[in-house]
Design a binder for this molecule. Structure first.
Ligand code: GDP
Ligand code: MG
Length: 174
């Protein structure tokens, strides 16, 4: 059986936890230290899941428009991430979603495999969150029922479940 490579693009504002989620999923590690992604930070991993190899790419947003259309067009699925404690990171989701669809231009945008992660739910025991789960789910419903997971890269909460969900959706979408 031949293994097919799939690419996951992780998008969202700087600092929401994109790199941390990936490191938690791939290496089971978390670091509090923040190294902002400079330009196009490609972190590429090959994982064996259900006999398929998946390749995950994560890009910092700082320069990502300069990556051009080819970068987006290579994506088989797209993971949108915001920080439940930062309203702005939720407000910019529309832009990320639109920009992806514009650039990637998938044949059937309504069935393209997206997933939304509300990250950092551990902070302050949830007392500093400013985006409710309800509000996030409404956004997902409005975008064509995008699956939603609340995660903590720090505490490894829902990280495996979220990545497996998007992987399965991407595989089913062929
Ligand atoms: P990126 O710019 O989206 O790649 O964000 P990073 O993964 O670099 O994370 C930015 C900062 O947030 C780092 O200091 C991380 O340690 C921290 N961070 C990421 N995820 C979580 C989380 O789930 N909980 C907490 N408390 N901090 C997190
Ligand atoms: Mg990063």
């Amino acid at each position: 059986m031949s293994l097919r490579r799939r690419t996951l693009l992780i998008l969202g504002d700087s600092g929401v936890g994109k790199t941390s989620l990936m490191n938690q999923y791939v290496h089971k590690k978390f670091s509090q230290q923040y190294k902002a992604t400079i330009g196009a930070d490609f972190v590429t991993k090959e994982l064996q899941i259900d006999e398929f190899f998946l390749t995950w790419d994560t890009a910092g947003q700082e320069r990502f428009q300069s990556l051009g259309v080819a970068f987006y067009r290579g994506a088989d699925c797209c993971d949108l991430v915001y920080d439940v404690n930062v309203m702005r990171s939720f407000d910019t989701l529309d832009n990320w979603h639109e920009e992806f669809l514009k650039q990637a231009n998938p044949p059937d945008p309504s069935s393209f495999p997206f997933i939304l992660l509300g990250n950092k739910i551990d902070i302050d025991g949830g007392n500093s969150r400013v985006v409710s789960e309800k509000k996030a789910r409404e956004w997902c419903a409005a975008k064509g029922n995008i699956p939603y997971f609340e995660t903590s890269a720090k505490e490894d909460h829902n990280v495996d479940a979220a990545f497996l969900s998007i992987a399965r959706t991407a595989m089913a979408n062929e």
